[in-house]
Design a protein around this ligand. Structure first.
Ligand code: AMP
Ligand code: ZN
Length: 114
């Protein structure tokens, strides 16, 4: 989608610190990190929110979780602990309407989240 900043990152029209890429997914560092580790995992397919997922996206979304696991291991936070977050719609704080998983770690994570 032409006005989506994450699609622009996929197309290399916007810079990002990319840490993983394959044919269907991309992982890059969040520009405004909320923890020592804050990486975003996105599908290359433009899907605005969790509400837009279709049955055919099941494997893709599971694949994103596998990448999240890999990022957590690569960054050394897997054993200590980390959090995977996805926001949906305005009250959650979703700002970018291209599905993404936040992988957060490297500090104690509070519960309940704010
Ligand atoms: P959300 O509020 O769940 O939609 O999260 C959007 C995330 O994208 C925020 O944590 C932003 O800091 C991050 N973000 C926005 N623009 C960029 C960008 N150009 N590169 C990397 N991360 C970004
Ligand atoms: Zn997009």
């Amino acid at each position: 989608m032409s006005d989506c900043i994450f699609c622009k990152i996929i197309e290399r029209k916007l810079p990002a610190k990319i840490v993983y890429e394959d044919g269907v997914a991309l992982a890059f560092e969040d520009i405004n990190p909320q923890a020592p580790v804050h990486t975003l995992i996105i599908p290359k397919k433009h899907i605005p929110t969790i509400l837009d997922l279709k049955e055919e996206d099941n494997n893709l979304m599971t694949h994103l979780l596998t990448i999240a696991k890999r990022v957590a291991k690569d960054k050394g936070i897997a054993e200590k602990g980390f959090r995977i977050v996805t926001n949906c719609n305005p009250e959650s704080g979703q700002a970018v309407y291209h599905i993404h998983f936040h992988v957060l770690g490297g500090r104690h994570m509070n519960w309940p989240p704010g």
